[in-house]
Design a protein around this ligand. Structure first.
Ligand SMILES: Cc1cc2nc3c(=O)[nH]c(=O)nc-3n(C[C@H](O)[C@H](O)[C@H](O)COP(=O)(O)OP(=O)(O)OC[C@H]3O[C@@H](n4cnc5c(N)ncnc54)[C@H](O)[C@@H]3O)c2cc1C
Length: 246
C-alpha cells in the first residue's frame, strides 16, 4: 500500500462531462489506501524535458468505492494544468497522483450532524464526497447544501443533486444563480449573503457542522456571516480554491 506522500500511477478509466467547462475523471488506483470525504489529491504532470507541475484536486467520490476515485476539474481557460486535463487526457492515460491529503476539511458519518454545506462553483467537489458518503453511510444526518453557480447550465452535478434531494431523506439543496436565471427559476438569484445564509441555516438550528468551499471571496463572506449568525467558529470549516489555495 502506497503512503499518502508517495506518487502513484493512476489510470484514467473514464472521463465524463459535468457541464461545458467541468469534467470528471475516474482514476483507477490499485494501491489506494482510502480517503475521508473532503480530502484532496495532488496531480503531477511531467513533460519530456523533465519540467513538472502539480495542482491539488478534491476527491469527489465517496470512500466506500474501492480502488478508484473521481476528481472533477473546472477548465480555467488560461491555466496550465486544467486545460491539459480537459483537452489532452483520455481514458487509458496515466497520471501521477499522491494523497489523500488534508485532515481538517473532512467529514465522516461518525461525526454526525446536522450538516450545512456551502459551495461556490467547483467548490462543490469536496462537499459532493460528503454528500455521497452521507447517502451510503449517514442517511440520518440532516444536510442542507447552499450552492452558488453563475448560470443554471453551470450547476455541477445538478441531476444527481436533484435526484438525491427528491428522496426526501433529510438532504436538501438550495441553489443561487448569480449571473442569469431561466424562466420559472424558484431559487435565489444573487450572491451568497448573510440574509440568505440565515434563511438556509434556520431549519438546522445554530449548531450544524459547516463546510464552506469555493473562491476566497465567497468563503470569507459566508464564514464571517455564519459566525455573526451565531455559529461557533470551531464548527465552521473552510477550504479555498485558487492558484495557491489562498
Ligand atoms: C485544496 C485544493 C483543492 C482543489 N480542488 C479543486 C477541484 O476539485 N476542482 C478544480 O477544478 N480545482 C480545484 N482546485 C484548484 C486547482 O488546484 C487549480 O488551481 C486549478 O485547476 C487551476 O490550475 P491551472 O494550472 O489550470 O491554472 P493556473 O495556471 O494555476 O492559473 C491560471 C490562471 O487562472 C487563475 N486561477 C487559478 N485557479 C483558479 C480557480 N480555481 N478559479 C479561477 N481562477 C483560477 C490564476 O490566478 C491564473 O490567472 C483546488 C485547489 C486547492 C488548493
Amino acid at each position: 500500500m502506497a503512503g499518502t506522500l508517495e506518487w502513484q500511477l493512476a489510470t484514467v478509466t473514464a472521463v465524463r462531462d459535468e457541464t461545458a467547462t467541468v469534467r470528471t475523471f475516474t482514476l483507477g488506483l490499485p494501491a489506494w489506501q482510502g480517503h475521508r470525504p473532503g480530502q484532496h489529491v495532488d496531480v503531477r504532470l511531467t513533460a519530456a524535458d523533465g519540467y513538472s507541475v502539480e495542482r491539488s484536486y478534491s476527491i469527489a467520490s465517496e470512500p466506500e468505492r474501492a480502488g478508484a476515485i473521481d476528481v472533477t476539474v473546472e477548465r480555467i481557460p488560461d491555466g496550465e494544468v486544467s486545460p491539459f486535463l480537459h483537452d489532452v487526457v483520455v481514458p487509458g492515460d496515466r497520471l501521477e497522483v499522491r494523497g489523500p491529503i488534508g485532515g481538517y476539511f473532512v467529514w465522516g458519518a461518525s461525526l454526525g450532524g446536522p450538516l450545512l454545506l456551502v459551495a461556490g462553483g467547483s467548490g462543490v467537489v469536496p462537499l459532493m464526497a460528503m454528500i455521497r458518503h452521507r447517502e451510503r453511510a449517514g442517511r440520518d444526518v440532516r444536510t442542507r447544501l447552499l450552492f452558488s453557480s453563475r448560470h443554471a447550465e453551470e450547476i455541477i452535478y445538478r441531476a444527481e443533486l436533484d435526484e438525491l434531494a427528491a428522496r426526501n431523506d433529510g438532504f436538501e439543496v438550495v441553489h443561487t444563480l448569480t449571473r442569469s436565471s431561466p424562466p420559472g427559476w424558484t431559487g435565489y438569484t444573487r450572491r451568497i449573503d448573510e440574509r440568505m445564509l440565515g434563511e438556509v441555516l434556520a431549519p438546522l438550528g445554530i449548531g450544524p457542522r459547516t463546510y464552506i468551499c469555493g473562491p476566497t471571496a465567497l468563503v470569507e463572506v459566508a464564514a464571517n456571516a455564519l459566525v455573526r449568525l451565531g455559529l461557533p467558529p470551531d464548527r465552521v470549516r473552510t477550504e479555498r480554491f485558487g492558484p495557491t489555495g489562498t
